[in-house]
Design a protein around this ligand. Structure first.
Ligand code: NAP
Length: 231
């Protein structure tokens, strides 16, 4: 595992149905959680130097969630932080629709991609920074190198906002430190509906282990806070 001195501390924040789905089988935007959960998400974003999400999540929502709650805006101001954390999109191919409302939101946008993906984003009109790191076959992002680059740019607290593919890829190389999972009172079902961890999955023997830090029940929802347990 990459030491914490060389990478940001990473916290996954996701809401899921009681049957463990983070969206329906059509991969619609997940808008099923309560206002309390939305505030909780905003608090996690406000506490971060940067947020990271996959291109699948951006394609589903078309926007990113900004810190808008006055108290949280004030908190960042008092800490001498920019009003918004950096918003980083992960996409191996870089095929992202330039018409998305995301590109008109007042946030600092970065792209994490491969060298092939970066070719489409040479001008800085859409992304202020284009970070590249790729696996040996040049098909995917090398997450270990990516995290080193993010840390070297002064970002030490990273909120990972999904989706399941990005979380799986980061977990596979042991780059997740904490998870917040909100269980919401609905059942989505569907064998193709995404879950907090996608990818090929882990065997029971190699599954990342967690330590439960807290459980809180708020308005029919359950907020679970876990830390990655390492030997
Ligand atoms: N309930 C919640 O809290 C919540 C939060 C976020 C998202 N969601 C839901 O989750 C769904 C999206 O999740 P998802 O799992 O389908 O997609 P995702 O993880 O958001 O994004 C997948 C994309 O990210 C890039 N990517 C992921 N792993 C990569 C790797 N190892 N190397 C290179 N690129 C990689 C690829 O982009 P390219 O294809 O561009 O190469 C891939 O297609 C949506 O339905 C959304 O509504 C729910």
């Amino acid at each position: 595992m990459l030491p914490l001195s060389d990478r940001p501390y990473t916290t996954v924040v996701l809401a899921m149905s009681a049957d463990g789905k983070i969206a329906d089988a059509q991969r619609s935007p997940a808008r099923f959680s309560s206002p309390q959960d939305k505030l909780h998400l905003e608090q996690q974003i406000a506490a971060a130097d940067a947020v990271l999400f996959g291109a699948g999540t951006l394609r589903a929502y078309g926007t990113t969630l900004r810190v808008l709650e006055p108290q949280l805006v004030q908190q960042r101001h008092q800490q001498n932080l920019e009003p918004q954390p950096v918003h980083i999109v992960a996409s191996s191919q870089g095929n992202i629709d330039r018409q998305l409302r995301f590109f008109r939101q007042p946030v600092s946008r970065w792209l994490l991609t491969t060298s092939a993906g970066a070719k489409q984003w040479q001008d800085r009109e859409f992304f202020g920074q284009v970070l590249t790191s790729e696996t040996a076959d040049a098909e995917g992002i090398d997450w270990t190198i990516a995290m080193k680059k993010i840390a070297s740019m002064g970002l030490s607290r990273l909120a990972v906002l999904g989706g399941g593919e990005v979380v799986a890829a980061m977990l596979a190389v042991d780059l997740i430190d904490e998870l917040w999972l909100t269980i919401c009172p609905l059942l989505l079902g569907g064998s193709t509906a995404p879950t907090p961890v996608g990818g090929a999955g882990f065997s029971a023997a190699t599954a990342p282990q967690l330590e439960l830090l807290s459980v809180q029940e708020v308005a029919q929802e359950v907020f679970l806070h876990y830390r990655r347990r390492r030997n």
